[in-house]
Write a protein that binds this ligand. Structure first.
Ligand SMILES: [Zn+2]
Length: 240
C-alpha cells in the first residue's frame, strides 16, 4: 500500500517536474522568437532597462488638484516620455511586469502625503470590457502597490454597471456626463473605509470622480485617488 502511494507520489513529482521543464522550455523558446524589448527605449532582452529605470526614477511624484468628491489626488509621473511608454506596455501589451515598475513611484506618491487610508480599490472595468481584454491594468497596479505597502486591496468592492463609450477625444464636461452613475458599490465592503482609488491614468478625473461618488454612496469615510500617471491636458498640479 505504502509502496503504491510512494510510486504515485513519485510519478506525480516526475509529472510536475516535467511540466515545469516544458513551461520553462516554452517560455525560453518564446524569448528566442520574440525577445522582450525595453518599453522605454526598445533595447532587446529586457522589459525595462537599467538606463530607463534610472531616468524614470529621477522625476518626483505629483500632488494634483483633486476634483470633488475626492479628498486628494496624487500621481506617480506626468503622462509623457518613459511613463507614457510604460503605461502603453501595461495597458495594450499585457505587460503585467510594468505594474511592478509603476508601483514604485505610485507608492512614493502616497508616502509623500499624510493621508490616512486602509484600503486600495482599483477602478473596475465593465464585465464585457474585461472579457475582451482579459485583464484590468488598474487591478494589477492596485495589487502591486498594496503588496509593496502592506495595505489591503479590495478589487471587488465596486462594479462598473455601464459600459461607457471610449473617452479618447472627449472634453471634461462630456466625460463627466458619460461617467455619471457608471459605478456602484458592492454590498457593505466599503462602509467606514478610508480608500485610495487606483487607476492607470488621471486624464480629466471624471472616471475617478464617478468611482468616488459610488464609494461614498457605499459608506466610505473618505476617498482619495492614486494613478500611475497624470495627463498635463486634464490634470493640474495642486497649489503649494
Ligand atoms: Zn530602456
Amino acid at each position: 500500500m505504502a509502496t503504491s502511494e510512494q510510486a504515485r507520489a513519485s510519478a506525480g513529482l516526475v509529472t510536475s517536474r516535467w511540466k515545469q521543464f516544458l513551461q520553462r522550455a516554452w517560455s525560453g523558446t518564446l524569448d528566442l522568437l520574440y525577445p522582450p524589448r525595453c518599453a522605454g527605449c526598445g533595447r532587446v532582452d529586457t522589459l525595462w532597462c537599467d538606463a530607463c529605470a534610472l531616468a524614470f526614477s529621477a522625476a518626483g511624484p505629483l500632488i494634483l488638484a483633486a476634483p470633488a468628491p475626492l479628498s486628494g489626488s496624487v500621481a506617480g509621473r506626468w503622462h509623457e516620455g518613459l511613463a507614457r511608454a510604460a503605461i502603453h506596455t501595461l495597458k495594450y501589451e499585457n505587460g503585467h511586469q510594468m505594474a511592478v515598475v509603476l508601483a514604485a513611484p505610485m507608492a512614493e506618491a502616497l508616502q509623500s502625503t499624510a493621508w490616512k487610508f486602509d484600503g486600495l480599490v482599483p477602478v473596475p472595468l465593465h464585465a464585457t470590457r474585461l472579457k475582451d481584454r482579459g485583464y484590468n491594468q488598474a487591478e494589477w497596479l492596485a495589487e502591486a502597490v498594496a503588496s509593496r505597502m502592506g495595505v489591503e486591496c479590495l478589487p471587488n468592492a465596486l462594479v462598473r454597471t455601464r459600459d461607457t463609450p471610449h473617452q479618447v477625444g472627449a472634453g471634461g464636461a462630456e466625460r463627466r456626463a458619460n461617467m455619471e452613475g457608471a459605478f456602484e458599490p458592492v454590498g457593505d465592503a466599503l462602509r467606514g473605509r478610508l480608500l485610495i482609488l487606483v487607476d492607470d491614468v488621471f486624464t480629466t478625473g471624471a472616471t475617478l470622480q464617478a468611482c468616488a461618488e459610488a464609494a461614498l454612496a457605499g459608506g466610505a469615510g473618505s476617498v482619495f485617488s492614486l494613478t500611475a500617471t497624470a495627463a498635463r491636458a486634464g490634470a493640474r498640479a495642486a497649489q503649494p
